[in-house]
Write a protein that binds this ligand. Structure first.
Ligand SMILES: NC(=O)C1=CN([C@@H]2O[C@H](COP(=O)(O)OP(=O)(O)OC[C@H]3O[C@@H](n4cnc5c(N)ncnc54)[C@H](O)[C@@H]3O)[C@@H](O)[C@H]2O)C=CC1
Ligand SMILES: O=C([O-])CC(=O)C(=O)O
Length: 329
């Protein structure tokens, strides 16, 4: 058997955590021959709930689960010790009527100690996925507080937006989701994000031609994707959880697996300056990877409409960065 991979999940007893930890433990991300040790992290009042989750993990008898470590957020270094992956879910979700950015001063401070503890305790090859909102800027805070962890190891989740966009295009075109390729989210995981339908294909043809309705694409489609999180909160009374966990699984799989030819995946990463976007800003781009090192897809064209959307979402990220200046190291 291979050496176990250690994966920490913060907020493991929350809505997303309850779906995520079981699916990771089942071998769904790293495969049936790769043992995993789950590190479950919660705030002190939720440690009892973690005991219950550990019992349920035992009761699944997953052949891939090689151990469980529980830790409280008061001792993050114990929680992150030797972890190869850290998935940061632990934080407060928004309620109806709020934007994700409204959480910035509530959740932002969690990510200073998170960054410091990752640097102090995680494995040298650690990769970090931030899910807790506002995820781009929380990731920026954590990264900035862990200067020894290379900047290409930090990811914030925009995969749920990508999946939402793919589903909308599949439904509108009457084609299966697998026919939709090249869809990528640009910018912030927020109401300013830009799902780039111009560079998307459906059944190998331009999505713009297949859909044949520019007004729908520019208005209804973008707004539906941008507002989908709020629509789920309104309908369910709580934010997306199973689909968010599914997107986290998808992100982890995409970053450890060579990207299939002709496809891309979305995640917010530390901008390398591609497409003129400020270096160091945690921004979503179309990516490919060899399973180890990612690259931003180069050479995509943006017309005036698309460029204005990208500029707006980048401006929002710059403004969020200014709002948390005191939390950046
Ligand atoms: N990036 C994305 O696409 C998405 C992000 N989210 C975000 O994910 C976060 C979690 O959402 P849910 O699981 O639905 O919330 P939840 O409230 O059900 O669970 C959050 C858990 O985090 C724990 N927690 C709070 N502070 C913590 C800390 N400092 N350390 C460790 N654990 C802590 C809480 O005790 C709770 O169990 C929210 O910020 C939400 O907005 C949700 C959906 C999609
Ligand atoms: O909308 C929210 O607050 C939760 C979230 O990030 C999403 O569902 O995309």
């Amino acid at each position: 058997m291979a050496t176990p991979i250690r994966i920490a999940v913060t907020g493991a007893a929350g809505q997303i955590g309850y779906s995520l930890v079981f699916r990771i433990a089942s071998g769904e991300v790293f495969g049936p021959d790769q043992p995993v040790i789950m590190h479950l992290i919660e705030i002190p009042p939720a440690m009892g709930a973690l005991d219950g989750i550990e019992m349920e993990l035992d009761d699944c008898a997953y052949p891939t689960l090689a151990g469980v470590v529980k830790a409280s957020s008061d001792d993050l270094e114990a929680g992150f010790a030797d972890c190869n992956f850290v998935v940061c879910v632990g934080s407060i979700p928004r309620k109806a009527g709020m934007e994700r950015g409204d959480l910035i001063r509530i959740n932002g401070p969690i990510f200073t100690s998170t960054g410091k503890a990752i640097q102090a305790a995680a494995a040298k090859d650690v990769r970090v996925l931030v899910v807790g909102n506002p995820c781009n800027t929380n990731c920026l805070i954590a990264m900035s507080n862990a200067p020894d962890v290379p900047s290409d190891r930090w990811f914030a989740m925009t995969r749920l937006d990508e999946n939402r966009a793919v589903a909308q295009l599949a439904q509108k075109s009457g084609q299966p989701v697998a026919a939709v390729t090249g869809m990528a989210i640009w910018g912030n995981h927020s109401a300013t994000q830009f799902p780039d339908f111009f560079n998307t294909k459906i059944g190998g043809k331009s999505a713009v031609e297949v859909i044949g309705d520019d007004e729908w694409l520019k208005n209804d489609f973008i707004a539906t994707v941008q507002q989908r999180g709020a629509a789920v909160i309104k309908a369910r009374g709580a934010s997306s959880a199973a689909s968010a966990a599914n997107a986290a699984l998808g992100t982890l799989k995409s970053i450890v697996t060579p990207t299939p030819a002709g496809t891309v995946f979305s995640a917010a990463i530390c901008s390398d300056g591609s497409y003129g976007i400020d270096e160091g800003l945690i921004t979503s781009f179309p990516l490919t990877t060899d399973g180890n090192k990612w690259s931003v897809v180069q050479g995509l064209e943006h017309n005036e409409f698309a460029q204005a959307k990208i500029d707006a979402t980048v401006a929002e990220l710059q403004s969020e960065r200014d709002t948390v200046k005191d939390l950046l190291a």
